[in-house]
Unconditional design. Structure first.
Length: 377
């Protein structure tokens, strides 16, 4: 019995070495990217599609990273644990399944698809985790919806589950639904909620709800924020405290420090404003994980946000990766499970934040820039 359960993992390990050790002659560039192929005539799917994946090489660091994660254990998903990476491994399994299917490797593809189906059906059976928080649901559940969509898994039970996640489950800490939390918390909680709510609405095909939540969140970039968002008492990082926003407007500054692109709600959680002693904090990076997940989903649904707020997402990445890193040191540079953001942003804007870094892995809620080359600016 144990051998039967392990064989997809061994297949993955074999493919990792068989397909992943080719040289740059396969079209891979020196930084691990590849020349951009023409996209399919129609972009479909929440995170990617078989038609898109069929055009990608089964080689290079992007493929190796997703294949490695797809081969990891996904048998104990826990959507109540905000630090559980199973959600991303399941998304990786979906990507690998569809790429193998496109290559004609039907048996191997079926093994990875089974991992997706088993994990999704497990979280549906388990229902709402006792004592869990909306932050965990925002980090965790969207990836399962995207994985199910990618492999074509759809059941009434899973659709009911996603509706309950959005509007039925009550957070043990904040006594709100995920939907309610997403429309009140202008910080990493809310942005993670935004990413997962976009995935849920896209999976359910509810375009009206998707557009509504998109438009409400755009007020936090373009101002003034829609009623309902509750900013903290400390507004010292806001460019205009009378008009609080999630990302400060272009060209703003205070006491010689550029505020352009900084996220006031996240910066204040490090310390109140100081132009000299800027306390390092990881919150701005996590908030961007939710934003970038939402941006890719919305782009693929024909509701792009990359240009909103004078390219607010580009400016938010620049403020950390370039401005604060040069001014205050490497603690402000993207690292660890935040690195995947850079490649998605580079593909959207034509920038080069990623440079030669290993940006190919997962984050807390999504990731795998292996799929990111088909941007529609």
């Amino acid at each position: 019995m144990m051998e039967r359960k392990m064989w997809p993992v061994w297949v993955g390990i074999f493919l990792l070495f068989a397909c992943g050790n080719r040289t740059a002659a396969d079209g891979e560039t020196g930084n691990g990217r590849w020349p951009l192929p023409d996209p399919p005539a129609e972009i479909s799917g929440i995170w990617s599609s078989r038609a898109e994946l069929a055009l990608l090489p089964m080689t290079g660091p992007g493929w190796r990273e997703v294949l490695m994660d797809a081969s990891k254990d996904t048998s104990h998903p826990d959507v109540g644990n905000q630090d559980d990476n199973t959600n991303c491994y399941v998304l990786a399994a979906a990507i690998v399944s569809e790429r193998l299917a496109a290559a004609g490797s039907s048996d191997e593809a079926a093994a990875y698809r089974k991992k997706v189906v088993d994990a999704v059906e497990r979280i549906v059976r388990d229902g709402q985790p006792e004592g869990s928080r909306t932050l965990a649901w925002g980090r965790e559940i969207g990836a399962y919806a995207m994985a199910a969509d990618l492999v074509g898994y759809r059941t009434e039970a899973f659709e009911r589950y996603l509706k309950e996640v959005a509007d039925g489950w009550i957070c043990s800490a904040r006594h709100q639904t995920l939907h309610e939390m997403t429309l009140t918390r202008p910080n990493n909680w809310g942005s993670m909620g935004l990413g997962t709510m976009c995935a849920i609405y896209a999976y359910l095909g509810d375009r009206n709800a998707l557009r509504t939540i998109r438009d409400i969140w755009m007020t936090t970039l373009n101002g003034p924020s829609a009623e309902g968002f509750k900013y903290g008492d400390d507004l010292s990082w806001q460019a205009d405290p009378s008009r609080p926003m999630i990302i400060n407007p272009a060209g703003t500054a205070k006491e010689g420090l550029s505020l352009d692109g900084l996220q006031p709600e996240e910066m204040r959680r490090g310390a109140p404003f100081s132009a000299r002693d800027i306390a390092a904090t990881g919150y701005p990076f996590e908030a961007l994980q939710g934003w970038i997940m939402a941006a890719r989903i919305l782009e693929r649904q024909g509701m792009p946000i990359w240009e909103e707020g004078d390219r607010a997402l580009y400016r938010a990445v620049y403020a950390l990766q370039v401005y604060l890193t040069e001014r205050c040191g490497p603690s402000w540079a993207f690292a660890g499970d935040d690195l995947w953001i850079l490649e998605f942003v580079d593909r959207a804007y034509g920038s080069d934040f990623a440079k030669n870094q290993n940006v190919w892995g997962h984050g807390k809620n999504a990731g795998y820039p292996y799929v990111a080359q088909f941007s529609q600016k």
